[in-house]
Design a protein around this ligand. Structure first.
Ligand code: ADP
Ligand code: MG
Length: 267
């Protein structure tokens, strides 16, 4: 299984952001994507997930050879793609347990069944995971990831602190069992303890069945989650790729040397 990004060009609000990006992620690999603010990291995450505001101007995104471009976000999720947002949204009126049960049931069911399941009244049949089975799994994963069990009865992200929202995202990821996960600045806004817990949570989910694209501005998350490959995005293009040592270079020297190396000549 691989997630293959080929010559991807993406615009937002009429402005071209990604300018021909190539990246190949295999299941089992952890890739870190780093780069200065505004370089297009979140744009890539949204484009991968199929956010309608991010227009694909060229190139392709393939999951095991099949293009995802014509698929909406929920269809991509059912194929095993998961995106943890930089800014998780609040869903008032929907409890976390209910949200997770619905979302996980839809994703898992799609992965088990043939793709063209008969539909009634134009609507996909609901296949909710049995409550007892779901609760058992939810409570176990909450425990593993250090998420307060009372959160299950609260509305999604309503009044959660930054660190709590990130933990809930990792919980969602653990429950969804994706094949590929894109984590956008999962470390931002976390204090050092919360960072460690979230990072250990992500680490515990990595393995041969998961490919990860870890988007981070700072190297510190990579102290806990060891990437196999590190890439630097600058002005919508991947300019450097290497191993974990590349992240250490960034930590020591910042991004200025990258900007200087790839500065466009002044006309
Ligand atoms: P990063 O995540 O690397 O900080 P982004 O992908 O968020 O970078 O942003 C890249 C560029 O795209 C920035 O110039 C930003 O202003 C622009 N951009 C991103 N999203 C939007 C949007 N929804 N509307 C307008 N401009 C956007
Ligand atoms: Mg961003």
């Amino acid at each position: 299984m691989d997630l293959s990004i080929r010559n991807l060009q993406v615009s937002v609000e009429g402005k071209q952001i990604l300018r021909g990006l190539n990246l190949e992620i295999k299941q089992g690999e952890v890739h870190a994507l780093m780069g200065p603010n505004g370089s297009g990291k979140s744009t890539l995450a949204y484009a991968l997930m199929g956010h309608p505001k991010y227009h694909i101007e060229g190139g392709d995104i393939l999951l095991d050879g099949t293009s995802l471009l014509d698929l909406a976000a929920d269809a991509r999720a059912r194929l095993g793609l998961f995106l943890a947002f930089q800014y998780p949204t609040t869903i008032p009126g929907v409890t976390l347990a209910d949200f997770l049960r619905r979302s996980i049931s839809a994703v898992r069911h799609a992965q088990q069944e043939a793709p063209s399941e008969p539909q009634r009244n134009g609507q996909a049949k609901s296949h909710l995971m049995p409550m007892r089975e779901f609760r058992r799994e939810l409570l176990q994963k909450m425990k593993d990831l250090g998420v307060d069990q009372t959160f299950a009865r609260r509305y999604v992200n309503d009044g959660f602190s930054g660190g709590e929202k990130k933990r809930v995202e990792i919980l969602h990821m653990a429950m969804a069992e994706p094949k590929f996960a894109v984590l956008d600045e999962t470390d931002s806004g976390l204090d050092i303890d919360a960072l460690r817990i979230v990072a250990e949570g992500v680490s515990s989910l990595t393995g041969p069945n998961l490919g990860v694209l870890l988007i981070t501005h700072y190297q510190r998350l990579l102290n806990y989650i060891k990437p196999d490959h590190v890439h630097i995005l600058l002005d919508g293009q991947l300019v450097e790729s290497g191993g974990p040592e590349l992240a250490e270079t960034l930590e020591a020297k910042g991004y200025d040397w990258v900007r200087e190396k790839y500065a466009e000549p002044v006309a």
